[in-house]
Design a protein around this ligand. Structure first.
Ligand code: TRP
Length: 464
C-alpha cells in the first residue's frame, strides 16, 4: 500500500495550515462573540487560551501527524501501539473523522452565504444600493427562510471544496492556499488601512483592548473558541502535519499558525468595529440586537454609506469566502485521507463521495434556519440548542472538539515517550529549549482547562 501520499513544501504547509485556521471562526464568529462579551477582558482571556492551551495542542497534533505520516485514525493507532490503551487510541482519530463530517455539513451552509453575498455585493455596487431601502435584516431573514437557495449555495460551496481536494495535496490544497492566502492578506490589509480613517477607529481599539470585569461563562467561551479557531480537536492538524516535509520545523510552523490566526481575528474585529462605531450611538442599539448576523445585515448598510464602499463591500465578502474555503478544504481532507489511507479508496472517488454525503447531511441544517418549521424548532438536546444547525454546532463546539483536544493532550502529555517527542520536534528545527514548558502546558494547563469547559457544559452553559 505504498502510495505516494503527497508532501507540502515548507511554505506550503504553513499556508495550508494557516488557511485551515483562518476561517469563519475569525471573521464571523470571533467579532460577534467579542462584541457580545464586551471586548476587552474577553479578548485577553482568548489570547491567553491561544498561548497556553491552543499552541501546545497545535504542536502535539502536528507532531503526531508528521511522526506517523498518516491520517488521524492510523496515526493514533500506530503511536498507541506502545502505550496504555494500545490500538484503542484509534478511536480518538475516528472521533475526529466523525466530527469533521458533521462540522463540514453546517460550516458549508454559512460559507455558502458568503458566496451569495459576494454576488449580492457586486449587484449592489453595479446597480446601486438603496440606503433608505427596507431593513437588510428582513432581507437576510427571507434569505435564510428560502430553502432552495440555502441548499443551492451549500451545494456550491461543497462542490468548490471537493474540486480542490480531488486535485490532491500539492496540486489542489497547496496551490489553492498559496494563491488565496496572500490575496486574503492583501484584502484584509486594504480594509484595515481604510478603517484607520473612519471616525469609529479609536473607539474600536478601546473596545477591543480595555480591561474590565468578566464572568466565568465568557471565559469558557473564549477557551472553547481558541480550539475552534485554531482547527484543533478533530485531527485536521494531524492530517496536515502528515504531509509536512521532514526538514520543516514543527515549533516554528506552529508559532506562525497561532500568531497569524490571532492577528487576523483581531484585524477582523478592528475592521468591523470601526465601521460599527462610526454609526451614531442611537442607531447602534437596534443594529446589535442580532449580533450573530452583523456580517450580513449591518455591514452592507455601512459599507455603502462610506467612501470606496462599492469596492470594499464585494471585496469583503470574497475575503470571507476565501477564508471559509481554505478551512472547508482542511475539514474534508481529514475524512478523505482516512478513506484513502485506511480504506484504500482513490482520492478522486473519496472526495466526491464524502462531498455528496456531507451535502445530504447539510440539507436539514440548511433548512433549519427558517425554511422548515419542524427542523428549525427541533430540540433533541433540550433548551441548549434549537434546530438542526444549532444542535450540530452545539455538539461539535461544546463536546466533540474539546473531547478531541483533551484526548490529544493526554496522549501526547502523559503517554507518548518524551524521547520520541523531542526527536520529532527537533527534527528540522534544532534544539527545542521550550520542551519542558510545552510538556507542562500539555499535561496540566490544557486538560484542566478542558475539563473545566466540559464541566461547565454539563452544567448547561452553552458557548457555541
Ligand atoms: N478554524 C476554522 C475557523 O476558524 C474552522 C475549522 C477548520 C476547524 N478546520 C477545523 C475547526 C477543524 C475545528 C476543527 O473557521
Amino acid at each position: 500500500m505504498a502510495v505516494d501520499r503527497g508532501t507540502f513544501g515548507r511554505l506550503g504547509f504553513v499556508l495550508a495550515a494557516v488557511g485551515s485556521a483562518i476561517g469563519l471562526g475569525n471573521i464571523w464568529k470571533f467579532p460577534y462573540i467579542t462584541y457580545a462579551n464586551e471586548g476587552g477582558s474577553f479578548v485577553l482571556v482568548y489570547l491567553i487560551a491561544v498561548a497556553l492551551i491552543g499552541a501546545p495542542i497545535m504542536l502535539a497534533e502536528v507532531m503526531i501527524g508528521r511522526r506517523t505520516q498518516a491520517n488521524p485514525v492510523a496515526a493514533f493507532a500506530t503511536l498507541g501501539a506502545g502505550v496504555p490503551g494500545g490500538r484503542w487510541w484509534r478511536i480518538a482519530g475516528g472521533l475526529g473523522v466523525i466530527t469533521g463530517f458533521v462540522l463540514l455539513s453546517y460550516y458549508a451552509v454559512i460559507a455558502g452565504w458568503t458566496v451569495f453575498y459576494f454576488g449580492k455585493g457586486i449587484g449592489w455596487s453595479v446597480r446601486g444600493f438603496d440606503l433608505e431601502g427596507p431593513a437588510l435584516s428582513e432581507y437576510f431573514g427571507g434569505f435564510l427562510a428560502n430553502g432552495p437557495l440555502q441548499i443551492l449555495f451549500h451545494a456550491i460551496f461543497i462542490a468548490l471544496t471537493v474540486g480542490v481536494v480531488m486535485l490532491g495535496v500539492k496540486a489542489g490544497i497547496e496551490r489553492t492556499t498559496k494563491l488565496l492566502m496572500p490575496v486574503l492578506g492583501v484584502i484584509l490589509l486594504l480594509l484595515l488601512i481604510n478603517s484607520f480613517s473612519t471616525p469609529g477607529f479609536g473607539e474600536a481599539l478601546r473596545f477591543l483592548f480595555h480591561v474590565g470585569p468578566l464572568d466565568a461563562g465568557a471565559a469558557l467561551e473564549a477557551v472553547g473558541h481558541a480550539f475552534f479557531t485554531l482547527s484543533l480537536g478533530m485531527g485536521a492538524m494531524v492530517t496536515y502535519g502528515s504531509y509536512m516535509a521532514r526538514n520543516s520545523s514543527i515549533p516554528r510552523a506552529s508559532l506562525a499558525i497561532c500568531v497569524l490566526d490571532t492577528l487576523v481575528a483581531l484585524c477582523a474585529c478592528i475592521v468591523m468595529f470601526s465601521i460599527i462605531f462610526s454609526v451614531p450611538e442611537a442607531e447602534r442599539a437596534t443594529t446589535f440586537q442580532r449580533s450573530a448576523t452583523i456580517l450580513f445585515t449591518t455591514l452592507p448598510h455601512m459599507f455603502y454609506g462610506m467612501a470606496f464602499g462599492k469596492i470594499l463591500a464585494p471585496l469583503f465578502y470574497i475575503l470571507v469566502a476565501f477564508a471559509a474555503l481554505t478551512s472547508t478544504i482542511s475539514i474534508l481532507e481529514v475524512v478523505v485521507s482516512y478513506l484513502v489511507d485506511v480504506r484504500g479508496w482513490a482520492r478522486q472517488k473519496a472526495a466526491p463521495a464524502v462531498g455528496v454525503a456531507v451535502f445530504l447531511l447539510g440539507i436539514p441544517c440548511a433548512l433549519s434556519l427558517g425554511a422548515s418549521p419542524g427542523l428549525s424548532g427541533w430540540r433533541p438536546l433540550g433548551a441548549v440548542a434549537t434546530g438542526v444547525f444549532d444542535t450540530f454546532d452545539y455538539t461539535v463546539s461544546n463536546w466533540l472538539l474539546p473531547i478531541g483536544g483533551l484526548l490529544t493532550a493526554i496522549f501526547a502529555g502523559w503517554l507518548l515517550s518524551s524521547k520520541l517527542e523531542r526527536e520529532e520536534l527537533e527534527q528540522g528545527h534544532g534544539r527545542f529549549p521550550l520542551f519542558g514548558v510545552w510538556k507542562f502546558a500539555l499535561r496540566f494547563v490544557g486538560p484542566i482547562a478542558i475539563l473545566w469547559i466540559l464541566y461547565a457544559v454539563v452544567q448547561g452553559r452553552s458557548f457555541a
